[in-house]
Design a binder for this molecule. Structure first.
Ligand code: ZN
Length: 311
């Protein structure tokens, strides 16, 4: 179990306090809860067991085999909850090659979103209508955002894959779980001309954004693959070079085989127990846990809907 790092954001809402106990230490609303993170901008601590109070990087040094059969330079994933009471800036993230050359972050940012809740009429921006780079720049410079940006209606249970280079923005009224590469590099191209928490407009990064935008991308999205087993329904949303993300629906009990790599699980709804060789953990909505690699067999009992991800 992890204790989240809570982040004040100009666009944040009020749900993360209830969900994961994110109390606001400052003035502004809480927009993000980093629920499993080993990023320098916000490291989550382990909350239970022998390693209570430690960071993932500390465990990774002493228990390398809990993570992966291969040495990992840094923890590869970052899992967040985002609560948007207002529209987020329109943005893009670099790929690994660009981030390594131009940033200190060391990796690019491919991400994905699982929508936990959305008010009626909620939308995200994902993709653009330009046929090439010059048309994109022309429409952006003319501030013709409605012509350039593709709006997609969303509802609870939807999933979106956002590879690096994709133009995207979270819209107001949406609460989601984000699984991403362990990076915090964002290039804003449009911020609705509004002021940030300090009363000034937030910086835009137009030149870098134009360097990394995928101008040729199609607006097709990967289709989820549903696997029905006796005791579990798995919806595999995405399996890419950075992560696999799936939804589990368990109604009474399911026994899991060991994985070669660590697994992160976020409980979306329901109640139950995780039973493993060394003990038992109560599972409830909002909890995030890590199953170490090669932990042996374990089982989940109860009625649970969860998002699971691994490298
Ligand atoms: Zn993003």
């Amino acid at each position: 179990m992890f204790s989240p790092v809570c982040k004040e954001r100009v666009w944040g809402g009020s749900s993360l306090d209830k969900m994961v106990n994110c109390k606001n230490p400052g003035q502004g609303p809480i927009g993000e809860a980093w629920i499993v993170s080993d990023h320098p901008e916000g490291k989550t601590r382990i909350m239970n067991g022998a390693f209570s109070g430690r960071f993932l990087s500390e465990i990774k040094q002493t228990h390398q085999t809990w993570f992966s059969p291969f040495p990992m330079a840094k923890f590869p994933l970052l899992v967040k909850l985002l609560d948007a009471a207002d529209d987020l800036s329109v943005q893009v993230h670099p790929d690994d090659a660009y981030a390594i050359t131009h940033e200190h972050d060391g990796s690019g940012k491919t991400e994905c979103w699982y929508i936990i809740d959305a008010k009626p009429g909620s939308e995200i921006i994902l993709g653009h209508t330009a046929k090439d780079r010059s048309e994109f720049i022309e429409l952006a410079q003319a501030q013709r955002w409605n012509d350039l940006l593709v709006r997609v209606p969303v509802k609870a249970g939807d999933f979106f894959f956002i590879p690096s280079g994709s133009i995207h923005a979270l819209g107001k009224g949406i609460l989601l779980l984000e699984v991403q590469q362990n990076s915090d590099t964002t290039y804003r191209i449009y911020d609705y001309d509004r002021a940030g928490l300090d009363g000034r407009k937030r910086a835009l990064h137009i030149e870098k954004a134009f360097d990394v935008i995928d101008f040729t991308q199609s607006n097709d999205h990967p289709k989820p693959r549903i696997v029905y087993e006796d005791t579990i329904e798995r919806t595999v949303f995405i399996s890419c070079e950075y992560f696999t993300v799936e939804k589990w629906t368990i109604n009474s009990m399911h026994i899991f085989a060991p994985l070669e790599v660590f697994l992160l699980i976020y409980i979306v709804s329901g109640n139950g127990h995780l039973l493993y060789e060394d003990g038992l953990l109560h599972l409830s909505k909002g909890l995030s846990i890590m199953i170490p690699a090669n932990m042996g067999k374990y089982r989940i009992e109860g009625s649970i809907e969860a998002i699971a991800c691994h490298i």
